[in-house]
Design a protein around this ligand. Sequence first.
Ligand code: B12
Ligand code: SF4
Length: 456
Amino acid sequence: MKILLINPPVDKIIEPLHDSPEYMHVGLAHLYSSLKKFTNTNVSFIDCKFLKKDKNWLLNKIKNTKPDIVGFTAKTLEIDNVLYLCKEIKKICPCKIIIGGPHATGDFEYIIKNENVDFVGISEFETGFIMLINALIENKSDFSHINSLVWKKNNKIIKNRVLSCEKKHIGRVLWEDFPKASKYYIMAIRGCPQRCIFCMRVLGNIPFYREINEVIDEIEIIYKVNPQALIEFGDETFTLNSEYITKLKDELKKRNLIYGKKGFIASTRIDKLNLDIIKKLKSAGFKKLIVGIESGDKHILELCKKDIDIKKALKVSKYIRQSGILLECNFMVGLPGENFLSIIKTALIASRLRANSISVSIACPYPGTELYKMCKKNKYGLKLISSDYIDFNNELGNALEHENFSRKSLEIAQLFIYIFSYLGSLRFKEFLVFCHDYRKEAISYLKHFFKKDLLK
Ligand code: B12
Ligand code: SF4
């Protein structure tokens, strides 16, 4: 049985960082590795974005290789593009099609209703996929025993129980099977116990810690494939558990993987950092930490269930700067409770945190989140302004506005925070460095910013 896993191509490069990335899709890399280990199938993985391949190339490839199962991953903004590809694939290849990933987890009905889709996988899906393949190999027509699967029986949609994957099925990614990349994302911990209203938590609320040895084996293999690789931990909250970090640091040291490499990057919550953990991360070779602050307004942070204390965040950011680790802070505008004053507060905090880089996005109500439900009910003056999923993107999207805050005002607020975070703390040189480092993204951003006005 031939299985083809696909990270779909983009029609047009709008956000170069993500549409034409230097890294491969971690979720599909995990699925590939588990299917290879636990099934007797011929599995392959094509990351069209990483390989810079377009839809014609992909369709040709499918026509020539005739896989039995095609599996697409899809974020919300790419789901319609993927459904279009499914239609084209069914014309040229009599395969089964399964879709998984973030959109499938948040809005499986939208996908399974499509006549060209056979199955949908919800949340993490290593175990579900292995069970599905075994059922297909045995020619079964009943799939009700398969974890986290959505399927159709006599045109009726059936959603099975959503269960966590079996521990043994989440193994080491076989990075050595893929082309060399300059950047790799790896996952040590899956899931996040917090409840932020804008976050999907595709991998659930219960943290699952991978075996330290396996994570470090993965790092070792990546460095064998490319000794100059940059490695980022994609975990939602990397420093959830300080003991885990200590063990990780010790194992990295033991295997001499800390020095001489490019250094690691990780994302975490600022309230899961303290002086001790920062020192550990520094000695483990971490060069950059990314944290979500989201807003400088206490009321908004409460409404969003972000659960962080701004004063403590300022203190921790100082420790990070003193340690020599670079700090990136993420902010969001357009959250419930946003007003003129809260924007000013966010800009002030962004400047006081003195982060080396920042990212300011506009809140995006991804289906399956509490924010989406709030928008649907027009709570706190929130409004969904598009039902077209291509607009569901935090950076350059067009999905949400407020009763008293038009989309354009949110975009102006976003630009204002970007600029004020540097110039408000008189960091002119750092601002120029930031503009230089992210020049391609800045051009896309400015094009998007002025596009609607120019079209008028
Ligand atoms: C790390 C990460 C990134 C990394 C990329 C990592 C990578 N190389 O793949 C970076 C920082 C670059 C990134 C960028 C973006 N991200 Co991101 N990211 C994440 C994060 C924190 C973890 C994802 C991850 O790697 N998980 C680990 C792997 C093992 O899990 P997984 O990918 O989900 O795959 C599992 C299942 O989903 C499922 N599955 C996945 N694909 C498939 C396919 C099939 C066929 C099946 C059956 C199952 C299946 O099985 C997999 C194994 O269990 C999630 C949050 C989260 N909890 O998911 C957000 C998240 C996925 N990102 C999100 C977004 C929006 C983006 C951006 C668009 C940001 C932006 N510009 O606004 C970009 C888009 C990049 C792109 N073009 O793909 C959203 C997606 C929401 C949505 N509904 O679309 C999330 C959910 C965060 C959120 N807002 O809640 N991201
Ligand atoms: S802390 Fe981060 S990963 Fe966890 S729910 Fe909040 S935004 Fe999502």
